[in-house]
Every structure is written in C-alpha cells, then in structure tokens.
Ligand binder design. Structure first.
Ligand code: ST9
Ligand code: ZN
Ligand code: ZN
Length: 333
C-alpha cells in the first residue's frame, strides 16, 4: 500500500541519519514493536512508594513554608544542591550513560555518579536501562512511563505501580554491556543505598547546620527534602509535560515536544521532540548554550580536558529532517 511504502521510506531515511553518527547504543525507536492484543494487566499498587512519595511531597510543602525563616546562605546552598543533583541526572545518567553522547574521564564520571546519588532517582544502571527502553518503545506498553496512559502516569504514577510485563520483557533484550563494563556505574550500583543516605539527605542537611548555624529543621526540609522533590518533579515533567504540550518541529509523528517551561526547569532537557529525533546529540537541542546549562557544563568539562567526543547533528541533516517530518513550526520560530 502507499501508506506502507511511506512508512518504509521514512524508516530507511531515519536509519541513514542515525548510522555513523551513533554507534551501537540501544536507544533508537523500534517501529516494529506491537503491543499485545487483549485486556491490559490489572494495576498493582505499591503502597510503600505511595506512602513515601506522599510524605516527601507533604514534607516539601513544609519546606516551602519554612523558606521565609531560612538564612540566605541556606537558600543558596539549596540551589547548589539542586544544580549538582540535576547535573548528575542530565549530564550523567542521561546524556553520558543512557545515550553515550560524549565521553567522560574517570574523575568526571566519579563526580557525576556522586551527584547522581544526590538526585536519588534510582542508580545510573537502572535509570539508563529504563531510559533506553523509553526511547526504543516510546508511548507503548513497553515504555516504563508510557505517556499515552496520561499525564499522571507519565509523571509519577509509573513509580507507584508494578511495571507492565512488556517493560521487563523488552528491557531484558536491551544491550547494557557498556554500562556493565563501566566500573564507576557498577560501583555506584553496589553502594547505592549508603551513597543516597549520605548525598541526598545527610550532606545537604549537615552543611548549613554545621557551617552557619542554620536550624536542623530548616536544613533538613529545604536543601534536602524540598530540593529533592523539586529535582524529581523537574525530571518527571520531561516525561509528562514534554510528551504532551509543545511544538514538534522535527517529527510530527511522535509525541515528544519542545516545551519551554521544561527546558528551564530541567537545565536544558525540554527540547524533547529534538531529543527523541536525534537521541545521540550531546546537547539534546540544536541551539547550543541557549537555555541549556547542561550543555554549557559539558563544554566546560571538555575545555578542562575532562570530557571529549561530543556527538552532534549537522545543520543540513536537521533542516532536511524538519522539512521531511516536522510540523512546520520551525518557520515561525
Ligand atoms: C525516579 C526516576 O524518579 C525518574 C526518572 C526520570 C526520567 C526522566 C527522563 C527524561 C529525559 C531526561 C531528562 C532528565 C531531566 C532531569 C532534570 C533534573 C532537574 N529492563 O523495577 P522493578 C527487571 S526514581 C529490563 O522492581 P517492579 C529487572 O530484573 C525515584 N529489566 O519492577 C529488575 O530487577 P533488578 C526514587 C527490567 O517490581 C526486576 O525486573 N525511586 C526493567 O514492577 C524488578 O524491577 C523510587 O521511587 C527494564 N527496564 O516495580 C523507586 N525494569 O533491578 C521506584 C525492571 O534487580 N521504583 N526489570 O535488575 C520502584 O519501586 C519499582 O521500580 C516499581 C516497579 C515499584 C516502580
Ligand atoms: Zn521522552
Ligand atoms: Zn533520552
């Protein structure tokens, strides 16, 4: 059929774009996967997670209430903790380990792994495994945070129920050999629990209390609890909002979108239509440092000799792709 031919042609030209630029990372959308027919398996709630996540969010509301009584230094420290933990996810788990979009020397990898424990979003190995499955089987039963199940599921709901069996079945076939070979990733996985206790809760709390005499309650509820909840929600917004609201200048056939609000909150990770179209680009955007603190950070690391081999996409390939599959919104800016 004509439609079938069009799909074939699209796959072929997508593959041409990918080959060469990307190597072997298992994060490219798989058009051949079909969801199983018949009724979906029942939701199985995980009450432990529901209770802990509720407590975290109530605690962070209390943190907001405490802001006017906090010392300025404590708020600054909260922002530092936000940036460090966010980088552990954006520059670390995401752009380095899930997509291998650049190379990092071992001192930088250790920094990113420690920063990642501060973000407490599962260890890098598990995060990258779920994330590759997300790219490969986007918006299907095999996508851990399948956005076609609605905003709430994509945002936080997926962490409150057992995974769909297809996530695990398809996930087991994803190539993770690069992660298994990375000693820093495996070390972080091995010592994940103590590293989270220290980096996500103890360090953020003890620093303001010890160094400038902040009260223990404020030290705990602002830089630890509130900051943790903010980083979580910023990352979750990429899965929820950036899969629902915004333009699709690069590929109008997929759900992920360019969402300005998410770009701001997630240190440059909201150019999500671009990112799902070209997942290997280290900048997750064609606009360099524009609202993209993570790209500036990676460039600084390269300047310092701690990182190298940044993968990018040429302007010609991007333009050709926009014309071929985009929604036309790039013309209007
Ligand atoms: C969190 C993660 O918040 C946030 C991720 C955000 C992602 C954003 C992505 C967007 C793009 C990037 C932008 C970043 C922006 C950042 C901005 C920052 C400012 N493949 O999981 P289990 C197997 S975490 C293959 O227990 P259940 C495997 O054998 C928050 N196999 O499944 C596994 O055993 P093991 C804190 C897989 O029982 C076994 O199944 N953490 C896969 O269904 C069991 O796995 C929490 O809240 C796979 N994909 O439970 C904890 N998956 O691991 C949340 C599983 O030993 N998690 N297997 O090899 C849980 O409690 C559970 O995972 C569950 C599901 C209840 C959700
Ligand atoms: Zn996505
Ligand atoms: Zn990604």
């Amino acid at each position: 059929t004509r439609n079938g031919e069009a799909v074939m042609e699209k796959n072929l030209s997508n593959l041409e774009e990918m080959s060469g630029a990307h190597g072997m990372i298992d994060d490219i959308f798989d058009e051949s996967y079909r969801e199983k027919e018949g009724p979906k398996p029942a939701k199985r709630y995980v009450w432990r997670n529901i209770i802990l996540m509720s407590m975290l969010h109530i605690g962070s509301l209390y943190g907001i209430y405490l802001i006017p009584s906090a010392k300025l230094m404590t708020l600054g420290w909260g922002i530092i903790c936000f940036v460090v933990s966010a980088l552990g996810v954006t520059a670390g788990a995401h752009r380095l380990w899930s997509h291998r979009s650049y190379k990092a020397t071992w001192p930088l990898r250790i920094f990113l792994a420690v920063a990642n424990s501060m973000a407490f979003q599962n260890d890098v190995y598990e995060w990258a495994r779920d994330h590759r499955v997300h790219h490969k089987f986007s918006e299907t039963d095999a996508d851990p945070h399948n956005a076609s199940r609605g905003f709430f599921f994509a945002h936080i709901g997926w962490l409150l129920v057992r995974k769909h069996p297809d996530v695990i079945e398809k996930g087991k076939k994803i190539d993770l050999s690069d992660l298994k070979a990375d000693k820093v990733v495996m070390l972080q996985r091995r010592y994940y629990k103590p590293s989270v206790v220290i980096m996500c809760f103890l360090v953020p709390t003890i620093v303001p209390w010890y160094f400038w005499g902040e009260s223990l309650a404020i030290s705990y509820f602002i830089p630890a609890i509130l900051r943790y909840a903010v980083v979580l929600n910023a990352a979750w917004l990429v899965n929820s909002a950036a899969h629902m609201f915004g333009n699709r200048p690069y590929d109008r056939n997929i759900n992920p979108r360019e969402n300005r609000l998410v770009v701001l909150g997630a240190l440059g990770e909201g150019f999500h239509n671009y990112h799902h179209t070209f997942p290997f680009d280290y900048s997750t955007s064609e606009f360099g440092w524009h609202y993209n603190f993570t790209t500036a950070f990676i460039d600084l690391m390269c300047f310092l000799g701690l990182a190298s081999d940044r993968k990018t996409v040429s302007k010609e390939v991007i333009l050709a792709r926009k014309i071929r599959t985009g929604d036309g919104s790039h013309k209007t800016g």
